[in-house]
Ligand binder design. Structure first.
Ligand SMILES: NC(=O)c1ccc[n+]([C@@H]2O[C@H](COP(=O)([O-])OP(=O)(O)OC[C@H]3O[C@@H](n4cnc5c(N)ncnc54)[C@H](OP(=O)(O)O)[C@@H]3O)[C@@H](O)[C@H]2O)c1
Length: 247
């Protein structure tokens, strides 16, 4: 069985990635705060197995405790291949640094950077010696490459993800049974996150008009279309280990 963990699979992009990966012979482990019931029935209808792991990834001091039972359950099933897709993320808070509560910025950093970094660490620690195909695919953003007014924590947490993946790849190159790792930048996709962005004020987010326009001028792609590409790359024989790839 190919065991695949996907964070943020209850809705948005992650839900579509899970749906694209749902095939017999695969077991998808879905992590989010809500129950992901609709995603689960879609996956099972396509012949794959699905397990729901309800957890708040922003509570990172509890992450090891909540994630280890999932890793243990994968180990006990003698997997043929194992994957981790770090997709869950948030854009909030949007606005100039200094405006919102410290807790809001902390929550952002915990979810967008600390959680994927710790999940990757726990995954590598648990499975390093296992002689099977192992992959960690991070969902990144074009925002990692350029500063965007109002997105200080989003741009910087996604830049951190890029460097995390590249560094893991470098280290894994010398291992006997390496974990392959890469980042996928989906570009603008029509999910709740885009709607959140469009509802921001110009004061908090000067580029808001461009994001309102991109919802109707063809620049925002449907999540299912981009998820199909990400799933194809994730399963490919030529996985772009150490690279940041776009849609
Ligand atoms: N949308 C875009 O245009 C775009 C562009 C570039 C990159 N991205 C990236 O793509 C990824 C997915 O974004 P999206 O647009 O699909 O966002 P979304 O529609 O807001 O969905 C976010 C997902 O993450 C989960 N999540 C949020 N907070 C969580 C928490 N504390 N613990 C566990 N799960 C949590 C949500 O489930 P629950 O609420 O049930 O927990 C949901 O399944 C993100 O990494 C984002 O940065 C998006």
């Amino acid at each position: 069985m190919h065991e695949i963990i996907i964070t943020g699979a209850s809705r948005g992009f992650g839900r579509h990635v899970a749906s694209q990966l749902a095939k017999p012979g695969r077991h998808l482990h879905l992590i989010s705060r809500s129950k992901s019931e609709e995603t689960v029935s879609e996956i099972r209808n396509k012949g794959a197995e699905a397990s729901i792991w309800t957890m708040d990834l922003s509570i990172t001091e509890k992450l090891e405790e909540t994630f280890l039972p999932l890793l243990h359950s994968i180990s006990s099933r003698n997997p043929e291949a194992i994957g981790l897709i770090n997709n869950a993320g948030t854009i909030e808070p949007v606005g100039p640094l200094g405006k919102y509560d410290t807790a809001d910025y902390r929550n952002h950093l915990e979810l967008n950077y600390v959680a994927p970094a710790l999940l990757a660490h726990l995954f590598v620690k648990r499975f390093q010696k296992l002689p099977v195909k192992k992959r960690i695919f991070f969902v990144g953003s074009g925002a990692s490459q350029r500063p965007i007014h109002g997105w200080s924590h989003y741009c910087s947490s996604k830049a951190g993800i890029d460097m995390l993946a590249k560094t893991i790849a470098l280290e894994q190159d010398t291992r006997e049974h390496p974990v392959e790792t890469a980042v996928f930048n989906p570009g603008r996709i029509e999910t709740d996150m885009q709607e959140t962005i469009r509802n921001k004020s110009k004061e908090d987010f000067p580029l808001v008009d461009d994001f309102v326009a991109s919802a109707s001028d063809g620049r925002n792609l449907p999540p299912e279309q981009v998820a199909e590409k990400m799933a194809r790359i994730f399963l490919s024989d030529s996985f772009p280990h150490g690279e940041i790839v776009g849609r």
